[in-house]
Design a protein around this ligand. Structure first.
Ligand SMILES: Cc1cc2nc3c(=O)[nH]c(=O)nc-3n(C[C@H](O)[C@H](O)[C@H](O)COP(=O)(O)OP(=O)(O)OC[C@H]3O[C@@H](n4cnc5c(N)ncnc54)[C@H](O)[C@@H]3O)c2cc1C
Length: 269
């Protein structure tokens, strides 16, 4: 047994000050990653600073024209139920609807997912592909500068993800090849087209977490069609390899799933 002190702040400043006061304190959002980790004794925080009652994180979702802003405490289920997002960013809307299971979607938050940066988390693929901005209590980051490596982000100790924002691309599609046991992505690809520029975010496959497949972006910017990636091959360097699938299997998935995501973005999936 180990002891954990529970705190329930109502503002960002109170949360940040509580965190800095705990020897090994951690923020708690939906608890969908942190609580199982604690149950498995992989984490034993001295203090839990609960973010669920912090008003600044409960700002919800706002859509203005094609600009989308989502508060850090917004659940996956709230995003999956939002008709405004569905209308302008259908790929992102669909992505939220296929995270985990209903319990995970009703508790888990976008802020917690982004801060955690699990190598198979879905949102990072979309945020990279859409060129999203991640907002914190002290700074703002482009997705490219925020996601650094597996479970590693640009967040400083105690920094809180307060939300994300993005301009909806002209077309977007997400395809997820699930691990049938965990429902996490073995490979998930978000395809976005904005004018003549295509961007591809890949999750679940890379050792360093989600990444942009820049070779595919080049050929798809010239011709936004699934066939454009036919001539490309994906190196097994830096691909994840585990009991669920080898590096070669995942490298092949990246190409197959990218083609399906582009097809969806074209409205053909
Ligand atoms: C069975 C199961 C299946 C899942 N399947 C998927 C899936 O298919 N795809 C997917 O993407 N995810 C999946 N998840 C993870 C889920 O999306 C979680 O909701 C998410 O990873 C963490 O969000 P949370 O709000 O629960 O954060 P928590 O678990 O509360 O916290 C996670 C970490 O982030 C920190 N943190 C939380 N909020 C903030 C914040 N605002 N600022 C800074 N740090 C913060 C915490 O201190 C902790 O270290 C699954 C989880 C489970 C249990």
């Amino acid at each position: 047994m180990y002891e954990t002190q529970y705190h329930r702040p109502t503002s960002l400043s109170e949360a940040a000050s509580l965190l800095s006061g705990g020897a090994d304190a951690k923020y708690l959002a939906g608890g969908m990653t942190l609580i199982p980790t604690m149950k498995q004794r992989l984490a034993a925080p001295s203090d839990l600073v609960d973010l669920r009652h912090v008003a600044e994180l409960k700002t919800g979702i706002s859509v203005s024209g094609r600009s989308v802003t989502i508060g850090g405490g917004t659940t996956h289920a709230e995003i999956a139920a939002h008709e405004g997002i569905e209308a302008i960013a259908p790929g992102f809307h669909y992505l939220a609807s296929v995270i985990g299971d209903p319990a995970v979607r009703h508790m888990g938050t976008i802020g917690g997912s982004v801060a955690n940066f699990d190598p198979a988390a879905d949102y990072p693929a979309a945020l990279l592909a859409m060129g999203a901005t991640i907002h914190t209590n002290t700074s703002t980051y482009s997705a490219d500068e925020f996601f650094l490596g597996m479970f590693e982000t640009a967040l400083d100790d105690g920094e809180i993800v307060t939300g994300v924002s993005f301009e909806a691309p002209d077309a977007s599609g997400y395809e997820k090849f699930r691990n049938p046991a965990s429902r996490y992505a073995m490979c998930g690809v978000f395809a976005a087209r904005r004018g003549g520029e295509a961007r591809i975010g890949v999750t679940g496959a890379g050792q360093g977490g989600a990444f942009r497949w820049t070779e595919a972006e080049s050929v798809l910017s010239a011709n936004f069609d699934p066939s454009a990636v036919d001539a490309l091959s994906v190196t097994t360097d830096n691909m994840l390899s585990d009991l669920h699938g080898s590096a070669a299997y995942r490298a092949n998935l990246v190409k197959v799933v990218t083609k399906r995501a582009v097809k969806k973005a074209l409205g053909q999936g």
